[in-house]
Write a protein that binds this ligand. Structure first.
Ligand code: SAM
Length: 288
């Protein structure tokens, strides 16, 4: 038996659970799941399975469903239990609660009422992906899921274009190819990127390359499994703005602004939107 029964102070315990391999759970997380007076879970079926795998008996303890949309009723119930001196463990379906998962409103309300809020930290797909990507980790921005609609997705990507940090996204396998194609187009095909499927599971798969490579590799294909995508920050230092301007001026002598921008963006591996703005500025200067 890996767990022991411990006396827990009244409060809310966020417990991280595995993102694939069931044994990726800390001993303290097991102790808390074995000892809390009440277990709340985003998905009670997955929680029962996890308890079963680790030989933790539910006994007479309540196991209730909670997600932030459960509404105020369940949240109030949890807060009342804590007020009465009980300990409540909360887990989302997989990984760390609150990370693209429920728990935020619960955390906020319980803390606002002055009760203990603590955590048994553990796996999260975004941090696992960052560890494996081979991209800079000094600064990163976790964006979660991009919008479903193509136009909204492209707009969001454009908003992220100049952020000097590794960008981390969760993505559905159905949308991966389209997302990578949009990212290559909006952010520039030359940016380094990685997509990872099924982290910590049997078919873990890590694909690295430029956005253009990855988009091309996946064009017309559907993949399966759970996915994280990471994209490197724009490497503005590698391209000299004066070189871009010289190329743009030459292209503008022979082509429309749009065609010149497309050709130079492609040649320099820069985002089309950025080069188009430069071409517009140069084009209007030329016309004066
Ligand atoms: N709370 C979780 C965490 O800490 O990572 C994330 C929950 S979110 C609803 C689920 C998404 O996380 C999946 O669609 C996928 O993008 C990503 N994910 C979760 N497990 C993964 C895994 N084993 N491999 C790759 N991506 C994973």
């Amino acid at each position: 038996m890996n767990h022991k029964h411990v006396k827990l102070a009244a409060g809310l315990y966020f417990v991280a659970t595995p993102i694939g391999t069931a044994r990726d759970i800390t001993l303290r997380a097991l102790d808390i799941l074995a000892s809390a007076d009440i277990i709340a879970a985003e998905d009670t079926r997955s929680m029962r399975k996890l308890l079963d795998i680790h030989g933790i008996a539910l006994r007479e303890r309540p196991l209730i469903a909670y997600h932030d949309h459960s509404g105020d009723r369940v949240r109030e119930k949890i807060t009342q239990w804590i007020e009465q001196g009980l300990s409540v463990a909360y887990s989302s379906e997989a990984g760390t609660p609150l990370i693209a998962d429920p728990g935020y409103h619960l955390s906020k309300d319980v803390a606002a009422q002055g009760h203990l809020v603590t955590a048994a930290p553990g796996p999260s797909a975004c941090i696992t992906a960052l560890t494996l990507a081979g991209l800079p980790t000094d600064r990163f921005l976790f964006e979660g899921f991009l919008p479903n609609s193509k136009s909204q997705r492209r707009k969001k990507l454009a908003d992220l274009m100049d952020i000097p940090a590794t960008l981390i996204f969760y993505e559905s396998p159905k949308r991966l190819a389209a997302m990578l194609a949009d990212a290559a187009d909006v952010l520039g095909g030359d940016r380094q990127a990685v997509y990872m499927r099924e982290l910590t599971k049997k078919f873990e798969d890590i694909q690295r390359g430029t956005l253009a490579d990855l988009a091309q590799r996946l064009a017309g294909q559907t993949v399966k499994g759970e996915i994280v995508v990471l994209i490197d920050r724009a490497d503005s230092s590698s391209v000299n703005p004066e070189d871009i301007e010289t190329q743009l001026r030459q292209a503008l002598d022979q082509m429309s602004v749009r065609d010149a921008a497309d050709a130079v963006a492609q040649a320099m591996g820069r985002p089309k939107r950025e080069i188009y703005q430069m071409a517009l500025a140069l084009g209007s200067g030329n016309n004066r």
